[in-house]
Unconditional design. Structure first.
Length: 280
């Protein structure tokens, strides 16, 4: 397939810069937040499985390591991500616990997969950022064995995910005017339309496609809320350009807007997602 050297360049730049630094700093917070998703993504990988698993957009490795824990001595999980810093962290985590997982830096849209390699392909929020999703899923299929299982989680609509939109709504008076949301642009909510996802996978040659809505309870320590607001959430990209007084005012305003999600010493919210499955 044709692909320019600049394919997904904006995403690659972000996840090798500020985006990577934030996720590495908050690795334990993010693992706690999305812990409920990992069993859903790996439940079809049976204990003692001896095959090959690919984790797309593996980040710091939580889903890859969960899959690797299910494998026997001949099974293996490969984690793929565009972020060099996060892949390095994932490698260190796997080495520390001695699991059959390895990690490579690469863009799943154009990565040269060995044909007929993978029995399972999984992803936790790692497939919504491709410039050409049909090309990306066709490329993933090229590395899958016949009948291989694809299973990934993607966010549903912004309106169903209040937690993820609270910060920018609360801080709106302090932020530059935002462009209108483009549902077809790469990004967190690019797969909000389940019918669109089905069309993408169909055009990429996948079959037996099923997508079901799931609502997953997410939680993390309340002490980490400021870390989420200032580093992980969408607000982080703007705070660095504000003067100290404005920055403090914005953080105070946004922190108050998150009060409905504070339950004692925990932050809790529901992630409205699609759990999508298909076969090669």
């Amino acid at each position: 397939m044709d692909a320019s050297p600049d394919t997904n360049a904006d995403q690659i730049a972000h996840w090798n810069g500020a985006g990577a630094g934030a996720w590495i700093e908050a690795q334990s917070t993010m693992d706690a937040m999305f812990a409920g998703l990992v069993p859903l993504l790996t439940e079809t990988i049976l204990a003692g499985f001896s095959g090959q698993v690919l984790d797309v957009g593996c980040g710091t490795g939580a889903t890859s390591l969960a899959a690797a824990r299910k494998l026997d001595g001949t099974g293996h999980c490969l984690g793929l991500d565009v972020s060099t810093p996060m892949v390095e962290m994932a490698r260190a985590r796997a080495a520390e616990v001695g699991l059959p997982a390895s990690f490579v830096v690469g863009d799943a849209q154009i990565h040269p997969f060995e044909p007929d390699t993978f029995d399972h392909i999984v992803s936790r929020f790692g497939v919504m950022f491709f410039e050409d999703p049909v090309a990306a899923f066709a490329n993933l299929r090229s590395g899958a064995k016949a009948g291989a299982a694809l299973r990934f989680a993607a966010w549903r609509s912004p309106s169903e995910n209040a937690f993820m939109t609270t910060a920018t709504r609360a801080a709106k008076p302090y932020l530059p005017e935002q462009p209108a949301h483009d549902p077809d642009a790469p990004g967190q909510f690019a797969f909000a339309d389940g019918d669109k996802v089905r069309r993408i996978l169909t055009d990429a040659g996948w079959r037996d496609i099923e997508g079901r809505p799931i609502d997953v309870e997410c939680r993390f320590p309340a002490a980490d809320l400021d870390l989420f607001l200032t580093r992980l959430g969408p607000l982080g990209r703007y705070l660095g350009d504000m003067n100290e007084d404005t920055r403090a005012k914005v953080i105070e305003t946004v922190r108050a807007a998150f009060e409905p999600f504070v339950h004692g010493d925990e932050i809790r919210y529901t992630a409205a997602c699609w759990l999508v499955e298909a076969r090669s």
